[in-house]
Design a protein around this ligand. Structure first.
Ligand SMILES: Cc1cc2nc3c(=O)[nH]c(=O)nc-3n(C[C@H](O)[C@H](O)[C@H](O)COP(=O)(O)OP(=O)(O)OC[C@H]3O[C@@H](n4cnc5c(N)ncnc54)[C@H](O)[C@@H]3O)c2cc1C
Length: 428
């Protein structure tokens, strides 16, 4: 029988992005059938649902991201940014993602594919507000979460310098969160837990000055939740002295204050900006069909195949995660959707993707949980729950988002350590 080198016949799959969508798919594809190359400027996948807790010292940073190369599989990773795609030549133009390149390294290179999977996610939406990019902090990567932790501690040390007036301390210890969606609410809740327990013990001389405010342009918090749960969340914030300013138009941010149309200058020591998503420059640049309502996300059919400029299906190009939506539907930009799509696509490609034998993708809505601090929370979607039950569901979700036994053990150890000796305070 003639020798057939199966490895040589493997189809080349390029995955753009190492977020929930890209890394889940890379882990699912059959490496006997596919030669998988992942291209992304980030060599790790951040576990976004755990970032707010990590920033506030509940989890160790080693468990909130995993390296793409650690998947025990034959996956090639290239630290680069895809700048453009030529759909007819089936090539991606890539630029190495390093600040400084050695002279011997080309400034760009090209990769050919048989299947391309676009999963570049989204970026932070600042709505062009002056000063936000320079002065505010974001929560999207483990790096961001580390920076927030360091900045919180720096603020308390700065406020402890002798000779400051009460007003100066109050201003330094005013923490503003912009955006009252699940991420903004969660980070404010974690901050509130941190300040009322660990920081109250460490900084008893200034604890009375620490203040948290949430600003949102919308008339209510937790936009995707029903009115009853929104009211519950507002009450919960009231009880913990977290100020919520709705209908707040932020016009500018500098290093010492935010400026709103309604209230003018509001001094603060730190701003966390969490107002949602914007499409990436790659998604903007690609010549294909985009959503006309809301964010101009890439559009696919129900088999996650990208729609070309004229609405035609591009059979070898798929798009998923926050960057894409199915034409005619409006799925949320969540890890839940990203992972469900990546699992579906992995299974479909492994079965040699044939439209006549593969069922189209269908999203299964899961409950949405938001943590409100002090072991309280709200759950929407599967019968509305509030209070400790929601908190338990939220903690369970934290656990379920992890992917390795090492992470699961570390999550449980973190909960125990939190109860016994408090949170991690010193930034590493
Ligand atoms: C703090 C926070 C908490 C969250 N909590 C939850 C939660 O509890 N539940 C939930 O379901 N969802 C949650 N989400 C939403 C969830 O994280 C996103 O929906 C998910 O990350 C989307 O995955 P993705 O792979 O599409 O994009 P991303 O995770 O954003 O990854 C995109 C990847 O593409 C890379 N990339 C970008 N441009 C290029 C390019 N040109 N070339 C190559 N690579 C590129 C990026 O560097 C990145 O690696 C949360 C989000 C945040 C920020």
């Amino acid at each position: 029988m003639p020798y057939v080198n199966k490895q040589a016949n493997r189809k080349r799959v390029i995955i753009v992005g190492t977020g929930w969508a890209g890394s889940t798919l890379a882990g699912n594809l059959d490496d006997k059938k596919f030669k998988v190359t992942v291209v992304s400027p980030e060599d790790t996948t951040p576990y976004t649902p755990l970032l707010a807790s990590a920033a506030c010292g509940l989890y160790d940073f080693s468990i909130v991201e995993t390296p793409i190369r650690h998947q025990n599989r034959d996956v090639r990773y290239i630290k680069a940014r895809v700048e453009d795609v030529d759909f007819s030549a089936k090539t991606c133009k890539c630029v190495p993602a390093f600040d400084k390149l050695p002279e011997t390294v080309a400034s760009h290179f090209s990769l050919s594919y048989d299947h391309l999977v676009l999963a570049p996610g989204c970026t932070n939406n600042t709505f062009g507000t002056p000063g936000v990019a320079e002065n505010a902090m974001f929560v999207r990567t483990a790096r961001d979460a580390k920076a927030i932790q360091a900045r919180i501690q720096d603020s308390f040390e700065r406020a402890s310098i002798p000779g400051l007036s009460g007003q100066e301390i109050r201003d330094i210890l005013h923490f503003v969160i912009v955006g009252a969606g699940p991420t903004g609410v969660e980070i404010s809740s974690e901050l509130s837990d941190l300040f009322s327990h660990d920081y109250a013990r460490l900084y008893p001389h200034i604890k009375k000055y620490a203040r948290i405010s949430i600003h949102d342009i919308a008339p209510n918090v937790l936009g995707g939740f029903d009115q009853q749960l929104q009211d519950y969340a507002m009450n919960s914030f009231d009880k913990r002295d977290v100020e919520v300013v709705t209908g707040s138009h932020i016009e500018k941010v500098d290093d010492k204050a935010i400026y709103t149309k309604e209230l003018g200058r509001i001094p603060c020591g730190m701003v966390i900006w969490s107002t949602g998503n914007k499409v990436t420059s790659l998604a903007e640049r690609l010549h294909c069909k985009k959503a006309e309502k809301g964010m101009p996300r890439l559009l696919t059919d129900n088999f996650l195949r990208l729609k070309g400029e004229n609405g035609q299906v591009l059979p070898d190009v798929f798009a998923l995660g926050d960057a894409a939506d199915i034409e005619g539907s409006s799925l949320p930009t969540t890890a839940e959707v990203a992972c469900q799509k990546a699992n579906w696509l992995g299974a479909a490609l492994n079965k040699d993707f044939d439209e006549s034998t593969v069922n189209q993708f269908e999203y299964k809505q899961k409950a949405i949980v938001a943590y409100l601090g002090h072991s309280d929370g709200v759950i929407a979607g599967k019968g509305d729950y509030t209070g400790a039950e929601a908190w338990v569901a939220w903690r369970s979700k934290n656990f379920l988002w992890t992917r390795t036994w090492r992470q699961r053990v570390s999550v449980i150890v973190s909960w125990i350590l939190d109860r016994l000796s408090g949170r991690t305070i010193a930034p590493k």
